[in-house]
Design a protein around this ligand. Structure first.
Ligand SMILES: Cc1cc2nc3c(=O)[nH]c(=O)nc-3n(C[C@H](O)[C@H](O)[C@H](O)COP(=O)(O)OP(=O)(O)OC[C@H]3O[C@@H](n4cnc5c(N)ncnc54)[C@H](O)[C@@H]3O)c2cc1C
Length: 386
């Protein structure tokens, strides 16, 4: 019998394999990855520095250990070149491999900023273990780092590196950090917390060019301002990896398009994780992967199962100011003015809710001490996909 083939050894690929093995020990399983195939928690990449973790310290299990645990074949350092849905096969380094079912868990790339200057190609991104290894090495012996992008990952890196005694400049065209996730008041509270750690925030600034100079780089902004730093790191969002699916003729839009059962447009081909647009939703976070993996495992075991998405929080790993956010799935409403929690005149927490036209709460942001309200607040939200 041809195996079930999973392309990708990230959280999505390995979680669906694990969930499947809980249900089925017989069906052969092959996991193919172009990276080393180690299992690690990707969210740790943005808070591992201060903990002194190197690449090896982040690995939970090697590819070989995963193969043993899952009773699977794991092909690491193997890039899948093509998918041929008609003959139910893929090719890897010129070799044709047949599948009974195929799971695409190929993840997303960090978006590249268009920058001028001879240092533009040196701008780093951190999206997997190997990137993290390079990143750690590149920060050895230097102090001044610019981070481009004050979204979730940029803020987390800024907090982590500031705690590790780097001089961090955080640059973003928006007027406050986490601008896609937080209303202004809450975003400014995050800005204050990061500034309190020593992070220099350059908000309302669009990076335009990176040029090399002795021992580092000059980062020039569109308004003519500039910064002298030793390394530049970009964290400006993710772009689902679509090339393989597109080449195979699968429907792709913002991600590889699937229905609520994770079926792509090709028979016996499924997708989940950062690469997938599931029933109209692109959710590049861990919790949606867990939900999707459990449903897909059942489907692969012969019990077609729809993905259920409750409203799911995003936990921002910024110890300077804890934050839990449930972003609204539809941006057809508004953030209500944030409420502050004060103890003896000092703001210790903040709560903001997002309401739709019917005045129903459909998202929230909790900062500082208010994060304790997460459980209660979650109960007030309707599921995203019941
Ligand atoms: C720095 C950082 C911090 C984060 N923090 C959080 C957080 O706090 N909370 C949260 O919920 N989420 C967080 N996320 C997001 C979360 O980590 C991702 O949603 C999740 O790890 C994605 O898993 P994935 O398996 O879909 O993709 P990936 O982990 O990217 O795995 C994709 C796999 O596909 C393989 N692959 C790709 N193309 C091919 C090919 N052609 N052939 C063979 N193999 C291929 C790759 O080698 C890789 O093994 C963070 C992400 C980053 C980068």
């Amino acid at each position: 019998m041809a195996p079930i083939i999973i392309i990708g050894s990230g959280m999505a690929g390995y979680t669906v394999a694990r969930e499947f093995r809980k249900l089925n020990r017989q069906t052969p399983l092959t996991i193919i990855s172009r990276d080393c195939g180690s299992f690690y928690a990707k969210p740790m990449l943005s808070n591992a520095f201060q903990q002194g973790k190197d690449m090896a310290g982040l690995v939970n299990f090697t590819a070989q250990q995963m193969a043993e645990q899952l009773d699977a074949t794991v092909l690491s350092h193997s890039e899948v070149d093509t998918i041929e849905p008609n003959s139910r096969s893929i090719t890897v380094a010129g070799q044709r491999l047949p599948y009974s079912a195929l799971v695409l868990a190929v993840g997303a790339d960090q978006r590249q900023l268009r920058l001028d200057g001879d240092g533009a190609a040196d701008v780093m991104t951190v999206n997997d273990l190997a990137d993290y290894g390079r990143f750690r090495q590149a920060l050895h012996g230097i102090r001044r780092v610019a981070i481009l992008g004050a979204g979730l990952i940029g803020c987390e890196f800024a907090n982590d590196l500031a705690n590790a005694q780097f001089e961090v400049s955080l640059v973003d065209p928006a007027a406050w950090p986490l601008s896609r996730l937080l209303p202004q008041q809450a975003g400014l509270a995050m800005a204050n917390a990061l500034a309190g750690l020593g992070v220099a925030l350059h908000l309302g600034k669009t990076p335009q060019a990176v040029t090399r100079r002795d021992g580092g780089y000059t980062l020039r902004m569109a308004d003519g301002d500039s910064l002298e730093v030793e390394r530049v790191v970009a964290a400006v969002g993710l772009a689902p990896r679509l090339a393989l699916a597109r080449k195979a003729g699968l429907f792709v839009d913002r991600g590889i398009v699937t229905n609520a059962w994770l079926y792509t447009s090709a028979e016996h081909v499924y997708a989940l994780g950062d690469c997938a647009e599931v029933d109209g939703l692109l959710l590049p976070y861990v919790m949606p992967i867990m939900q999707a993996a459990r449903a897909l495992a059942k489907t692969l075991n012969g019990e077609p199962t729809r993905v259920v998405y409750p409203a799911m929080p995003v936990v921002v790993k910024t110890p300077a100011l804890a934050a839990v956010i449930v972003p609204p799935i539809l941006s057809d409403g508004r953030w209500e003015p944030a409420e502050s929690l004060q103890v003896e005149g000092i703001v210790t927490g903040m709560r903001a809710v997002y309401t739709n036209h019917q005045e129903e709460v459909c998202g929230f942001a909790l900062l500082g001490e208010c994060v304790q309200e997460k459980g209660v607040m979650l109960k007030t939200l309707e599921p995203w996909r019941p």
